[in-house]
Design a protein around this ligand. Structure first.
Ligand SMILES: [Zn+2]
Length: 93
């Protein structure tokens, strides 16, 4: 029972951290929030929300702001504006 409460609190904290990361203009700070969020997830053994996972670059841990998005063969191609990493996400309707 206690674990469930802890997991819920951790999930909330992760969401809050991601919101902060998205809202800040400071890229270094945003990256710190994302790393912290991943750490909490790892420690609590919680996977990051899929919607959150697709909203930041796995390579440089920066939230996507104005990423280059391309549609290609039912895949969304997202290009990170910061490190240039290209990511392909299956396109679901
Ligand atoms: Zn990147």
């Amino acid at each position: 029972m206690k674990d469930r409460v802890l997991i819920n609190i951790s999930k909330e904290r992760m969401q809050t951290l991601f919101n902060e990361a998205e809202n800040t203009e400071n890229i270094a700070l945003a990256r710190r929030y994302i790393r912290l969020m991943e750490k909490i997830g790892m420690r609590m053994n919680i996977s990051v929300n899929t919607s959150i996972k697709h909203s930041y670059c796995k390579h440089c841990k920066t939230p996507y702001k104005n990423p280059g998005i391309k549609l290609k063969n039912k895949m969304v191609q997202v290009r990170c504006p910061y490190c240039g990493e290209i990511r392909r996400i299956p396109f679901k309707k």
